[in-house]
Structure formats: C-alpha cells, structure tokens
Design a protein around this ligand. Structure first.
Ligand SMILES: [Zn+2]
Length: 305
C-alpha cells in the first residue's frame, strides 16, 4: 500500500514535470511499420513516443504516399524504416516531399533498421521475370527476435545520435533486448525440437526467418513469385506435388486470399494457419516478443492437434 502510494506520487510528479518542463518532451519517432515502433518503444522506453505510418493489417509492400504521412514525417525527431526495399514503393516520395532534412537519408534522424541484418534469400541475379523480388533478400526480419537484433542496435544508435544524454539508458535497454531475444528463441527451439524438418507451404515468404529458426522447412509458396497472385495451374501443381507426408500445414498472412489458401490446405489434407504479420495484427501480439510467441504457438497448435 505504501509502495503503491509512493509510485502514485512519483507518477504525478513525472506527469507534472513533463507538463511544465519542455526539456522533458518525448522524442517523436516515426516508423514505416508497427514492428519498428514496438522496437523503438523497447529501446527508447519513456523517452519516446512512436507513430507507425502503416497500420497493423496493411501490407507495407503496397502502400501509397499520403499527405498525412508527409505531415507526420515533418514533425519527426527520428525516422526508422524497415529497409531491404520493403517500402520502396512509397517512402522515397514521402522523404522527397518533407522539409525535415534531418530524417532524410544521411540525416542524423534517419535510420535504415536493416543495416547488418543477416539476410536470407538474397538472389544471385535479378531478372524482370522474378516478380517483386527484393535484391537485398527477405525483408521480414522482425518476425524473429534474434534476427532483428541488428535493427534494435541501429535504433539505439539513432536514438543516441539525437539524444546522447540518455545513451546509457538506451544501451541498457538494448542489452536487455538482446538477452531476452536469445532466451525466447531458445525456449521455442526446445518446444519445436520434435518437429525439426517439418514442411510448410506459405502464401508469401513473410515468416521465413522464424520458420527457419524453429527448424520448419518452407517447401513451396502459393504465390508463384513474390507479389504475383497464384494461377489455377500453379495451385493444381502444388496439389499434385505435395501430400501430408511432406507438408504439415499451410501458412498465410491475413491480407491474402484465404479461399485459395484453404483450397491448398484442404487438397493436401492439413490445417491452414493464419499468422500475425505485424505487431498489433493479432490480440496479444503487442511487442516483437509476443508477436513471435503468438505465431510460434499458432504453428505448434496446428502441428500438435
Ligand atoms: Zn515480402
């Protein structure tokens, strides 16, 4: 009770301080994805307020630049993008239009969070007939916490650049992030131990970092090329090629065609799992860690049913 009263007093003090002291204003962090907003909240704690330009159930591959985005970026102290060409269709235009030079590439408030990510699926050559392929490899690194560690480091670097007074605080949070990521992955790798080498057909290669870390093999994809909807012929080919010996479940993102995914799952005789593609897209998935756990649990439930 005493403690409760004390924290209430402290809270009131903090709130009143932040109201009267402009030096206490939080840093405005604008990100392209909800996942990077969650990362920035973890590393920046009470020093930041975050805003994601895309909503949790929007496929950030295919957005359009809007005046609202330009206003948001104009007021940002720090801008964080996913990188690896994920937002190439819209973010260059937003950055061109803003007068806020600090958040443009090369500015101190600009963070490409993908720098240093150990990328998978980096194509050796790029052809026009490869679909919407990413030259830097699979950009969906936030779905697996250990893979995302360089992103957390890039965000800490960015925060320290614009707010060096709190560098110890950001570095402490970063250290905690790294430790928690590793613990979490180890815990789930142990749970997936009996399922090593299990096959999955995915719709889009969205969850591949986490699947790979958990020992699940992506044997094929419903979209024949990234960004290309499946033809009837491609679906028929999947059904003739795979059975439930080879494939244990089908995994899709909620923004893709559920009917075609269900047809593939039914044809093979396995469960269709709808994954949570971003932080905030499923109940309880409100951080990078709970996003991973929600997806891992969904897959485990399908495998152990
Ligand atoms: Zn993608």
């Amino acid at each position: 009770m005493k403690f409760k009263l004390l924290s209430l007093l402290m809270l009131t003090l903090v709130i009143s301080l932040s109201a009267v002291n402009p030096g206490f204003a939080r840093l405005r962090v604008v990100t392209t994805l909800p996942d990077h907003a969650a990362l920035a909240e973890y590393i920046g704690g009470e020093q930041v307020e975050t805003y994601s330009l895309s909503r949790p159930l929007q496929d950030a591959h295919y957005l359009d630049a809007t005046p609202g985005m330009i206003v948001r970026i104009g007021r940002a102290d720090l801008f964080i993008k996913n990188g690896m060409e994920l937002e190439e269709g819209w973010i260059p235009e937003v950055l061109r239009e803003t007068r806020n030079r600090a958040v443009r590439p090369g500015g101190r408030g600009y963070v490409d969070a993908s720098k240093g990510i150990n990328a998978i699926q980096v194509p050796e050559r790029i052809h026009r007939d490869m679909g919407d392929v990413h030259p830097s490899g699979n950009p969906h690194y936030t779905l697996e916490p250990v893979t995302s560690i360089p992103a957390a480091e890039n965000i800490a670097d960015g925060l320290i650049r614009i707010d060096s007074a709190n560098s110890d605080y950001y570095l402490e949070n970063l250290t905690r992030y790294i430790e928690e990521s590793q613990e979490l992955l180890e815990k789930w790798q142990a749970k997936f131990e009996p399922h090593q080498g299990t096959g999955v057909i995915v719709y889009h290669k969205h969850f591949d970092y986490m699947l790979e870390a958990l020992g699940i093999e992506v044997v094929d994809a419903i979209e024949p090329l990234p960004g290309l909807p499946p033809s009837a012929r491609h679906v028929a080919q999947l059904l003739s090629e795979y059975d439930s010996e080879r494939v244990s479940f089908v995994l899709m993102e909620p923004w893709h065609d559920a009917r075609v995914s269900q047809r593939v799952a039914d044809g093979i005789g396995v469960e269709l799992v709808t994954g949570c593609p971003t932080v905030g897209s499923c109940e309880g998935a409100d951080s990078i860690f709970s996003l991973f756990e929600t997806n891992a649990q969904k897959i485990l439930d399908a495998l152990e049913n």
